[in-house]
Design a protein around this ligand. Structure first.
Ligand SMILES: CC(C)(COP(=O)(O)OP(=O)(O)OC[C@H]1O[C@@H](n2cnc3c(N)ncnc32)[C@H](O)[C@@H]1OP(=O)(O)O)[C@@H](O)C(=O)NCCC(=O)NCCS
Length: 195
């Protein structure tokens, strides 16, 4: 993943809204709820998000350090982590990750997870659609890609509901702890397809 920073030609909004959600970049004060949220979701995220920063969080200090990293990568335009919160209750429902593949095209990468308490209600699809709009309109993306395990049906259904096109399938390229082999599905969407 390319980490080169590129200053954007305009000030980047720090949030956006969808019908049911407020989606925003993280702030230092988020550490207090991010730590218990991480602990509550680690079992739910273990199979398909083993490398997610959430997986290493045990204390509020750990969460503060992870959130500081999110803030620095946003400021450097090298990755954009956003929390999605229900407008009616303010409760955290999902995290969105926008990675930078290349600023030359530009090509970005989308990732997400739902809070285990808020799956199967369409919140991730709604936040991901908003994130794609953010990628194309605010970050100037030409294409956005997404990779997911080929057994992660819930994840690729989100991508497909967002209009992403299945562009490839790497077969049996991932060895899980315990010995299972799975493949990787590659999705992408171009600016004109989103428009
Ligand atoms: C992948 C993951 C984010 C998908 O979450 P999800 O809850 O299935 O996705 P959504 O929030 O978009 O909800 C979609 C489901 O809600 C249903 N739904 C219920 N009410 C809805 C509403 N009002 N609007 C839209 N959809 C609604 C949809 O029909 C859909 O179910 P279906 O797939 O059976 O048709 C979640 O399973 C997760 O966090 N997994 C662990 C981490 C992970 O795998 N991340 C991705 C790595 S690539």
């Amino acid at each position: 993943m390319e980490q080169s920073a590129r200053p954007l030609p305009h000030a980047l909004p720090s949030s956006f809204e969808t019908a049911r959600l407020s989606v925003r970049r993280y702030r230092p004060e988020d550490a207090s709820w991010y730590a218990p949220m991480s602990l509550q979701n680690q079992a739910h995220l273990a199979r398909f998000e083993s490398g997610n920063p959430v997986m290493g969080i045990e204390t509020e200090a750990d969460a503060a350090s992870v959130i500081q990293g999110f803030i620095e990568s946003w400021d450097a335009c090298s990755a954009f982590f956003l929390g999605a919160f229900r407008k009616d209750t303010g409760v955290f429902v999902a995290q969105i990750y926008i990675g930078v593949v290349s600023w030359d095209l530009p090509e970005l990468e989308l990732g997400y997870f739902a809070a285990a308490t808020h799956t199967r209600q369409g919140f991730v699809t709604e936040a991901a659609q908003g994130a794609l709009r953010f990628c194309f309109r605010e970050l100037g993306a030409h294409r956005v890609r997404l990779e997911c395990d080929d057994t992660n049906i819930a994840s690729y259904r989100v991508a497909e509901r967002c209009g992403m096109v299945r562009e490839g399938h790497l077969r049996e390229n991932h060895l899980h702890a315990g010995g299972a082999l799975t493949g990787t599905l590659l999705y992408g969407i171009l600016r004109h397809e989103f428009d």
